[in-house]
Every structure is written in C-alpha cells, then in structure tokens.
Ligand binder design. Structure first.
Ligand SMILES: C[S@@+](CC[C@H](N)C(=O)[O-])C[C@H]1O[C@@H](n2cnc3c(N)ncnc32)[C@H](O)[C@@H]1O
Length: 161
C-alpha cells in the first residue's frame, strides 16, 4: 500500500541549510517563523487561535536517503532510526510542538521553529497538556545527554549517511 498526502501549506523559517540550525524546538527558543496555509485549507484554522502551542507534522523534504540505523547528533553509537528524531526515516515525517503567537488569515505566526524554510506542512493539531504533557520515567539512550541535545544546534554531520 502506498499513501499519497497533499501538503496543506508551507513553513517559513530563518533556516536555509541544516548546518547550525536548532535540532529541536527547545533549542529554538524565540526563533520566529510562519505557516502559510493554502487557501482551500484556511477554514480549518477556525478555533485554533485559542491554543498556546500547536503540533506541526511536516515532510522532511531535504532528508537524506532513509536508513534504519543512524548515529545521532552528539552521539557516538548507531541507534535504530525509530529510537531517534533523525530525518533519514523510511517515511520522512517531522513533528514539532511550537508556540502559536497569532493567526493572521492564512498565516500562523510561530515561535520555536526547528525546520528548514520551505518545509511542506502536512497537518496541524492543538497541543493539549492533559493529552500530551506526559512525564516520562525513561528516555532510553538519550537519558544521559537529553538536556544538552535539546539545546544545541546541528552540525554538518547531522542526518547525513
Ligand atoms: C532532529 S530533526 C527534529 C525535527 C522535529 N522536531 C522532530 O522531532 O521530528 C531537526 C533537524 O532536521 C533537519 N531538518 C529540518 N527541516 C528539514 C527538512 N525540511 N528536510 C530535511 N531535514 C530537515 C535539520 O538538520 C534540523 O536540525
């Protein structure tokens, strides 16, 4: 089975190359961007403005070829791709929880963006702490370094085969 998705819009950010950009929204604090929805989807934005944070699902349009193991940024060991957030996935889907500053017609003004400019947007969902704000007692191989990884920026090696 194959699945065909059509982007609902495009994300604009200050990042034109992966090198030096944040690797998670936590490392992109205060970095502004926008989501520009295509006209046929704008009616779906009704009621979204009341949410502080939204979940963006998008296509890593400049992902390297998929791999089932990768050595993540700041790590030295190969990890299973599904235990990482690396873009080189079989289905290159990205997920970011970003701050929604305001809605201006077809444009969402965002903060804490960690994706490349021109990234195709697949879906938007409201972030709801009661649904999504889980406290995890285990964070696997990331346990030792998750705070450091959360804050840092990508180097040229990140996500490359
Ligand atoms: C580690 S991923 C995490 C993205 C998202 N927060 C997630 O967890 O799915 C972030 C990195 O992906 C790369 N990246 C961002 N947007 C991309 C795109 N549209 N295509 C390919 N790589 C992208 C950049 O190197 C960025 O530092």
């Amino acid at each position: 089975m194959s699945i065909l998705y059509r982007p609902i819009g495009v994300l604009h950010t200050p990042f034109h190359e992966p090198a030096g950009m944040p690797i998670q929204p936590s490392g992109a604090s205060g970095v502004c961007g926008t989501a520009e929805l295509y006209p046929e989807f704008v009616a779906g934005l009704q009621d979204l403005a009341g949410f502080s944070y939204i979940i963006l699902l998008y296509h890593f349009h400049r992902a390297p070829a998929p791999k089932l193991t990768v050595t993540p940024f700041l790590d030295t060991e190969a990890r299973g791709i599904f235990a990482t957030r690396a873009p080189a996935r079989p289905n290159p889907i990205g997920l970011s929880i970003v701050r929604l500053l305001r809605c201006e017609g077809a444009t969402l003004v965002l903060e804490n963006v960690d994706m490349l400019d021109g990234t195709p947007l697949l879906d938007i969902k409201p972030y709801v702490p009661a649904f999504d704000g889980l406290t995890a007692e285990r964070t696997g191989w990331l346990e030792a370094g998750e705070r450091r990884v959360a804050q840092c920026r990508a180097d040229e090696r990140f996500g490359e085969p």
